[in-house]
Design a protein around this ligand. Structure first.
Ligand code: NI
Length: 413
């Protein structure tokens, strides 16, 4: 316990409270502080100027949501194993610790998912996070990594950090909505916490909470359309991927650009280690783009200038059967003197807003459905059976395909 409670002011939760010295020490590790230098929403700031918040504030927020949930469970004397509180709080705080800057674009170059890096950062004896955890309990690093990897045997703890209604989603939907100014992402978090309860190894919702959870699932739906799939943010990501591809191609031709930071050299020659991985942040990438905007290579120079000065590509919706459109644009792009492998890009994205299956369909992952608990009949009912709007957005994958190209391509239809 800390002698004096620590408090962070936060626009989403009002205040974030820290009483436990372990949590405080973890927050002050260099691996957690690095999260301040990585934007939560990657390229969304080009569309929403407010969307500049960091993964650090999100990580604190997930910790705070878990803190509020386990407190509510204790107040109501629900069957919740309180000895796992600390593990859940730590796992919530550290769940994104392995994120790279612009994760989705960079993961392809890195060739390893951020979850794998999270595990390495927690388990490797050289990191401060590991040392702080191990000082408390030598088994704690492995337990935290297992919760984040969803392999921890106590499924209730896992479902608080990652499930259909988890602290991660509860925080990022609210946070992204508040910082971007997109109102649709908001829902009644306090009431969601009030209607949640642990039951037989999973988190369920009281029947009376139906509409509160509907609002949460619909918020997710709207946030995907308004923020995560936004065509302008995606355009910046297309250009960012183009820069990374150009650098790789140039290196292959033996004409790689100068690397202004050792972590970039490791990134592009596939030799990232914990030290160089942790050195990667938004600043290192932006600095490189700044340097490369004066590169002797015309394509790299142009793509970096576009990214920095927000001269993005335009786009058209591009359905599966749109091959003719593609051919015509291909000619137009070439006519204008652009190399189509960087200047005519198909971007595909998509998600399932509520992807569930029931225990009987897949015995090992019983938390993939949201259940409502009816106290009168003592039964559990799967959410989409009770809610028309939820059944309308459940299961089906929404795929969005767009074709991006420079504004100045003259395209005669
Ligand atoms: Ni997260």
């Amino acid at each position: 316990m800390l002698d004096e409670e620590k408090v962070f002011k936060d626009p989403v939760h009002g205040y974030i409270y820290v009483n436990d010295a372990l949590i405080w020490d973890l927050i002050n590790t260099k691996e957690m502080q690095r999260m301040r230098r990585i934007r939560q929403l990657g390229t969304s700031y080009v569309t929403y100027p407010g969307g500049e918040h960091s993964r650090f504030s999100h990580s604190l927020g997930v910790y705070e949501v878990i803190r509020q949930i386990v407190q509510a469970f204790a107040r109501n004397a629900y069957e919740w194993p309180a000895e796992y509180n600390r593990l859940a709080l730590v796992a919530g705080l550290l769940h994104d610790i392995g994120h790279a800057p612009f994760s989705h674009a960079l993961e392809k170059v890195i060739g390893m998912r951020h979850e794998v890096w999270s595990e390495r950062l927690i388990l490797d004896p050289s990191t401060e996070v590991h040392q702080v955890l191990r000082q408390v309990d030598r088994n704690l690093p492995a337990a935290v990594a297992d919760v984040i990897n969803k392999t921890y045997p106590q499924s209730l703890v896992v479902s608080l950090v990652s499930g259909q209604l988890d602290a991660d989603r509860l925080d990022y939907l609210m946070r992204d909505s508040i910082f971007t100014g997109v109102d649709y992402g908001k829902f009644d978090l306090a009431r969601i916490i009030r209607v949640m309860r642990p039951l037989d190894g999973r988190i369920v919702v009281k029947r009376s909470g139906l509409h509160t959870v509907e609002a949460y699932l619909l918020a997710r739906y709207f946030m995907y359309w308004q923020v995560y799939f936004h065509p302008v943010s995606r355009s910046a990501e297309v250009i960012l991927k183009g820069i990374l591809k150009r650098v790789k191609d140039l290196i292959q031709q033996g004409e790689g650009p100068s690397m202004p930071h050792f972590a970039l050299a490791d990134l592009f020659n596939g030799s990232l280690n914990l030290e160089s991985y942790c050195a990667l942040d938004d600043m290192v990438l932006f600095n490189a783009f700044n340097v490369w905007q004066n590169s002797s290579d015309a394509i790299l120079r142009d793509l970096c200038r576009r990214f920095l000065n927000r001269h993005l590509f335009t786009y058209i919706e591009y359905p599966e059967q749109g091959i003719e459109t593609y051919e015509r644009l291909l000619q137009a792009v070439r006519c204008q003197g652009y190399d189509p492998s960087y200047y005519l890009v198909v971007d595909e994205t998509g998600t399932v807003y509520y992807d569930y299956y029931l225990g009987a369909e897949n015995g090992k992952d019983k938390d993939s459905a949201l259940f409502l608990w009816d106290d009168d009949t003592k039964t559990l009912v799967e959410m989409s059976r009770l809610s028309k709007p939820v059944s309308a957005i459940a299961r089906e994958k929404q795929v969005i395909r767009r074709l991006y190209y420079p504004h100045d391509v003259l395209w005669n239809t």
